[in-house]
Design a protein around this ligand. Structure first.
Ligand code: HEC
Ligand code: HEC
Length: 301
């Protein structure tokens, strides 16, 4: 009996030892990815100064940035907060105390964040939206940066990312997906289709507004990107409920958050309050593109 207990003790002990070693190795692997520095050739994007461009930048920022950086762009503390994983503040984008407007030394710093997902030192940012912002055309990205630089300063300190060891372990184990800098194309000199009511422009709007981040690469649904919230986003190809909607009903659903069947879209999952700011033409373009997609079945896990 004594011998068996001893053996069980040795086996358990070595198992715990192995787990600790594996955890430590993963911790360092995850940490290495978070502190790695990257460098990309400069974009040479010219930041426009005319009021029409700044106005367009404002329009895009309202639906694309305010949801995470707050209405006055002063950032949100604990934007992502998951106890044992740690937390991330979204940055203060203004030129007030604590804002990137004071910390950034050149316009390229904005491009590095939005097109490549890195901070001015070249370290990875935990900003999932880079999957979308990295696809913005030079002109549109320039307009957004011009607008961001023009907003009134707000003093507000934000602290960026503060990941706990568990998050680093899960990152290395592949449970937190890829960091934006590891997954985007890093292409420079991006052009957009001409603005207007076309499926091409609609596709561009969807690519640059996070629709794929939640509804999946093929838009037939996918897991909600925040790993702490279990939810599968619905299929928005003609293989799903949208097959039975009209253009008017689609526009109405995005504007009011209520679908034709009377279902109320939860704004904490589907940011329709941001997307209702799209113009009529932009929503029509998105609808055209949605209609042109192949019919796919709902994504399931
Ligand atoms: C899905 C949420 C989300 C969206 C959408 C989003 N951001 Fe961010 N952003 C964040 C978070 C979180 C951080 C902090 C990341 C970190 O510190 O790792 C951040 C950081 C930044 C930074 C700071 C980079 C640095 O070096 O400190 C800039 C600049 C920025 N965002 C600009 C924008 C702009 C402009 C938009 C709209 C085009 C936008 N963001 C949209 C969440 C978001
Ligand atoms: C942050 C994640 C997220 C983003 C970004 C997002 N969606 Fe959604 N969307 C959802 C979720 C989750 C639902 C289901 C919400 C519910 O049932 O309360 C939904 C619902 C919808 C619906 C209703 C579908 C149905 O069958 O009822 C449409 C249409 C839709 N989204 C279109 C879009 C478009 C177009 C975009 C980009 C402009 C977009 N969504 C961006 C998560 C998202």
């Amino acid at each position: 009996m004594k011998n068996i207990l001893k053996w069980i003790g040795i086996v358990l002990g070595s198992m715990i030892g192995l787990v600790l070693v594996a955890g430590t190795v993963l911790y360092f692997m995850g940490n290495a990815r978070l502190i790695k520095t990257y460098d990309f050739p400069p974009s040479n994007i010219v930041i426009p100064t005319d009021s029409a461009s700044i106005e367009y930048g404002k329009h895009r920022a309202e639906s694309l940035c305010e949801g995470c950086h707050s209405k006055d762009l002063s950032g949100i503390n604990n934007w992502f907060s998951a106890g044992p994983l740690g937390m991330v503040d979204s940055a203060n984008l203004t030129s007030g105390v604590g804002g990137v407007g004071q910390e950034f030394t050149s316009d390229e710093d904005y491009v590095r964040a939005l097109r490549h997902g890195i901070d001015p030192e070249g370290k990875p940012l935990f900003m999932p939206a880079v999957v979308s912002t990295s696809q913005l055309s030079d002109q549109d990205l320039g307009s957004i940066i011009a607008y961001v630089k023009s907003v009134p300063p707000v003093n507000h300190k934000t602290n960026g990312q503060n990941f706990k060891p568990l998050a680093k372990i899960l990152l290395a184990a592949g449970k937190l997906g890829k960091l934006p800098v590891e997954s985007v194309s890093h292409k420079n000199q991006i052009t957009a289709p001409e603005r207007g009511v076309s499926a091409e422009y609609g596709a561009y709007l969807m690519n640059t507004n996070d629709c794929h981040v939640c509804h999946g690469p093929n838009l037939n649904g996918g897991p909600f990107p925040d790993p702490t919230r279990k939810k599968i986003s619905p299929n928005i190809t003609p293989g799903g409920e949208l097959a039975f909607w009209t253009e008017e009903q689609f526009i109405n659903a995005i504007r009011t958050g209520v679908t034709p069947s009377g279902h109320e879209l939860d704004p904490s999952f589907m940011p329709w309050k941001d997307f209702r700011l799209f113009t009529e033409d932009e929503l029509k373009a998105i609808w055209l593109d949605l209609q042109s997609l192949p019919k796919l079945n709902q994504y399931t896990e």
